[in-house]
Design a protein around this ligand. Structure first.
Ligand code: NAP
Length: 280
């Protein structure tokens, strides 16, 4: 599978999201995904499933070194000592001496002044080998700019909501100009894609499903990885199948005309996003 290489990271473009996977079902889903060929796993301390993800990894014959493993620190844990402790605990639960990518899960709200200290601590954790690369999640361009240009942190990635129904061109433009990968979360719009007949028509043309088309559209973009959550074996297989779908210009033009302002993950502590650019 194609990988994205930047700042200490070699990340397969398709990963397995694990939010809302729990207990033994999570462990089984991770083991099965690795057996099917996945080599990129996404978790977070906030998901409460790091131990199960770690158990799935430990139970698989795939060597740890062959797997890209991401976890994230919650935004309330960004004070330097708390952050260090959070990574130590994540590593214990994941039963691994290092992660491949450690992300700040959400930026702290503007009145909380931990961001530069947190990024400096993240950089130190990378230098100490506890994570191969560091990054951010849910950072709009202004915050990416602060992290990269003011703090000088070696940011390898920004993980953001991105799918056929949401424009992220401002984030993508900044990321590409600074050699930063973008990981698309909720890449299947959390299961809402069946409502779009134009997507269904593209899917019929390729003998595929709307989810596979939406994933193929993300995966063909340079510098973009996607991490659909797929607990069922059929979903895991279908998403691997999206890697071999080749869209044409007509498909892309149809997808460009879908609504581009559908944001599904918007908790009370989310940052302000730039106004979306509408499709032409
Ligand atoms: P998603 O991946 O867009 O959608 C997941 C849903 O789609 C599940 O119900 C899944 O079903 C279903 N599905 C998976 N593959 C399918 C297929 N081929 N055909 C039809 N349905 C399919 O939504 P998400 O869970 O919000 O996002 C994915 C991952 O991104 C999360 O698990 C998490 O790791 C990450 N994430 C990060 C953040 C952040 O703040 N950084 C926020 C949200 C999510 P089954 O599981 O039953 O197979």
């Amino acid at each position: 599978m194609e990988r994205i290489t930047t700042r200490g990271m070699r990340m397969p473009k398709l990963g397995l999201g694990t939010w809302q996977m729990e207990g033994s079902e999570c462990r089984v889903a991770v083991e099965r995904a690795l057996a099917l060929g996945y080599r990129h796993l996404d978790t977070a301390e906030m998901y409460g499933n790091e131990a199960e993800v770690g158990a799935g990894l430990a139970g698989s014959p795939v060597p740890r070194a062959d797997v890209h493993l991401t976890t994230k620190v919650w935004w309330e844990h960004l004070q330097p000592d708390v952050l260090r402790d959070a990574l130590r605990r994540s590593l214990d639960r994941l039963a691994t001496p290092y992660v491949d990518l450690y992300l700040i899960h959400w930026p702290p709200p503007p009145h909380v002044d931990h961001l530069s200290a947190a990024l400096e601590t993240m950089t130190a954790l990378k230098e100490e080998g506890l994570t191969r690369a560091i990054g951010v999640s849910n950072f709009p361009v202004a915050l990416m700019r602060a992290a990269v240009e003011e703090v000088g942190a070696p940011i390898a990635c920004n993980q953001v909501e991105y799918h056929v129904l949401l424009d992220q061109s401002a984030v993508l433009d900044y990321a590409r100009a600074h050699d930063i990968a973008v990981i698309a979360y909720s890449p299947l719009a959390q299961g809402r894609l069946a409502d779009y007949p134009d997507l269904a028509a593209i899917a019929r043309k390729h003998g595929a499903t709307p989810s596979q088309i939406a994933l193929a559209w993300l995966l063909e973009q340079p510098g973009i990885a996607a991490i659909p959550k797929a607990q069922r074996a059929e979903s895991q297989r279908a998403n691997l199948g999206a890697l071999s779908i080749r869209l044409d210009d007509e498909d892309r033009a149809t997808i460009a005309l879908l609504p581009k302002d559908e944001r599904f993950v918007s908790p009370s502590f989310a940052p302000r996003w730039d106004a979306p650019r509408r499709a032409a």
